[in-house]
Design a protein around this ligand. Structure first.
Ligand SMILES: NC(=O)c1ccc[n+]([C@@H]2O[C@H](COP(=O)([O-])OP(=O)(O)OC[C@H]3O[C@@H](n4cnc5c(N)ncnc54)[C@H](O)[C@@H]3O)[C@@H](O)[C@H]2O)c1
Length: 387
C-alpha cells in the first residue's frame, strides 16, 4: 500500500520532533515527502538528516503545497505564522493538517483557521501532544472511574509564559475533565520588561481562575511557583492526583547530528515521560502508575491517521480543543485588561495582552524590547519575523 505523503512547513527544532513522530507510527503509514523553510541552512540540514531529496525541498511553502500532492501538512513555525500557513494549506485540500501550539495568537485567527478547514473539508489537529502520554491517558481513565471522586480543582504551576507552557496545561485540565466547557475566567498579568516570546509580547507572570460547567475550577499559575511544570494537580473530593514529566538520561537520547541545536537535544521531546501518581481515601499513601511508554507525539500522529481513516470521530488533538485553550488564555488576558470576570464565549477577537502593550495600558518598568528565544534564530535578525 502506498504511504501517505506528509509535508512539513518550517524545519526548526520542533519539526524534528514531528518527523520522528511520523516515522515512529506503527507500520510507518506516512513518509516525509516534502519540506519547506525560508532559511537555507535549516532546509538543507533537515533535508539531509531525514533523507528528503533536494527536489522536494522548498524555500516557499506555498510552492510546496502547490507542487506536492500532500495528504498531511504539518505546520511547525512560530505562533504568528500558524494561521496564515494553516489557511494556505487548507485551500490546497490535504486530508489533514497538524499545527503546532499555541493554535494562534488570538481568538480571531483560531476561528479563521477552523473556518478555512471546514469550508475545504480538511481535518485540523493542534499539537498539544501531552494527553497522548500513556500515563496521562490512564489518568483520565482513573478519574472517570472515580478513583479520586468528583474533581474540584485542577492546579497548573508552570514556568514560562501562558501561550508557551500553561497552554499545554490548560489543554490537559480540559482533557482530564472530559472536555468540560469553561464558563468564565478571571485573571491578572504582570509585565515589567518588554519581552517577546517567539515574536509575541509575553507576560512575566500570570494568575487566573477558570470556572467550568462541571463545577470544578482551573487555577492557572504562570511563573509564580516552582511546581509540577508540565502537568497538573487534580484535587478530587476523595483524593489527589499529580501529573508531571520526566526525561530519560541524556546518553539514551538520539543526537541532532550536525543540525543547529541551541536548546539541547530535540529528541528529548520524543523521549519525554508523562508521570502519574495519586492517592485516595482508600489507599495507603501514593500509588504510582507506570503504563507501557510510547512517544506521545507518535500517538498524536497515529490519531491523525485514525481520524483520516474514519476510526475515530473526536480526536484528542482536534482543532476545536485547541480553540478552547485559545479562548481560555485570551479570556485571562481580557480579564486583566478589563479588570473584571470574563464570561465565555469570548467576544474579543484580538489578543488583549498585545492590545494592552500596544496601547500603552501596560507600561513596563524597564524599557527595551527583547526576544526570549533569539538563540533559535540564525543570521543577523533577532526574530524569524524580521528575516
Ligand atoms: N508542542 C510542544 O511541546 C512544543 C515545543 C516546542 C515548540 N513548540 C512550538 O513550535 C513552534 C516552532 O518552534 P521551534 O522552537 O521549532 O522554532 P524554531 O525557531 O526552531 O523553528 C522555526 C523555523 O521556522 C522557519 N521559518 C520562519 N519563517 C518561515 C516561513 N515564512 N516559511 C517557512 N519557514 C519559516 C525558520 O527558518 C525556522 O527554521 C512554536 O509555535 C512553538 O510554540 C511546541
Amino acid at each position: 500500500m502506498s504511504k501517505y505523503r506528509t509535508g512539513i512547513i518550517a524545519c526548526g527544532i520542533i519539526a524534528r520532533v514531528h518527523a520522528r513522530a511520523w516515522l515512529g507510527v506503527t507500520g510507518r503509514p506516512t513518509e516525509i515527502a516534502a519540506i519547506a523553510d525560508t532559511n537555507p541552512d535549516a532546509l538543507r540540514e533537515y533535508g539531509e538528516f531525514f533523507g528528503i531529496s533536494e527536489e522536494h525541498r522548498y524555500a516557499d511553502y506555498r510552492e510546496m503545497l502547490d507542487k506536492e500532492k500532500l495528504d498531511f501538512v504539518d505546520v511547525c513555525s512560530w505562533h504568528q505564522q500558524h494561521a496564515e500557513m494553516v489557511i494556505a494549506a487548507a485551500a490546497r485540500k490535504p486530508k489533514a493538517i497538524i499545527c503546532q501550539k499555541p493554535m494562534a495568537v488570538d481568538l480571531g485567527e483560531a476561528d479563521a483557521m477552523l473556518a478555512a478547514c471546514q469550508r475545504n473539508g480538511v481535518k485540523l489537529a493542534i499539537a498539544y501532544q501531552r494527553p497522548h502520554h500513556a500515563n496521562w491517558l490512564k489518568a483520565r481513565e482513573l478519574i472517570r472511574s472515580g478513583v479520586i471522586g468528583r474533581v474540584l480543582q485542577v492546579q497548573l504551576e508552570s514556568g514560562g509564559n501562558l501561550l508557551n507552557t500553561n497552554s499545554h496545561n490548560i489543554r490537559l485540565a480540559l482533557f482530564l475533565m472530559d472536555e468540560t466547557r469553561i464558563s468564565w475566567v478571571m485573571g491578572t498579568v504582570e509585565r515589567t520588561t518588554d519581552q517577546l516570546e517567539r515574536g509575541l509580547p509575553a507576560e512575566d507572570a500570570c494568575l487566573g481562575l477558570a470556572a467550568c460547567d462541571n463545577g470544578a475550577t482551573i487555577l492557572i499559575m504562570g511563573e509564580l511557583v516552582e511546581g509540577l511544570a508540565q502537568g497538573c494537580r487534580v484535587i478530587g473530593e476523595r483524593g489527589i492526583m499529580e501529573l508531571s514529566t520526566s526525561y530519560r538520561p541524556e546518553e539514551e537520547i538520539p543526537s541532532d547530528g550536525p543540525m543547529h541545536m541551541p536548546e539541547g537535544l530535540s529528541a528529548r521531546y520524543n523521549y519525554e515521560i508523562g508521570t502519574l501518581r495519586y492517592f485516595s481515601d482508600t489507599s495507603a499513601g501514593w500509588t504510582e502508575v507506570n503504563e507501557p511508554w510510547h512517544d506521545c507525539w507518535s500517538g498524536q500522529c497515529q490519531e491523525a491517521v485514525d481520524w483520516v481513516e474514519g476510526r475515530i470521530e473526536q480526536p484528542i488533538s482536534g482543532g476545536d480543543r485547541g480553540r478552547a485553550v485559545q479562548e481560555a488564555m485570551m479570556a485571562l488576558f481580557e480579564s486583566a485588561r478589563r479588570r473584571q470576570r470574563i464570561y465565555l464565549p469570548l467576544k474579543t477577537k484580538v489578543n488583549p495582552l498585545r492590545l494592552m502593550v500596544e496601547s500603552g495600558e501596560l507600561p513596563v518598568e524597564w524599557p527595551g524590547s527583547y526576544e526570549r528565544r533569539a538563540t533559535l534564530v540564525r543570521g543577523e535578525a533577532m526574530s524569524w519575523h524580521e528575516v
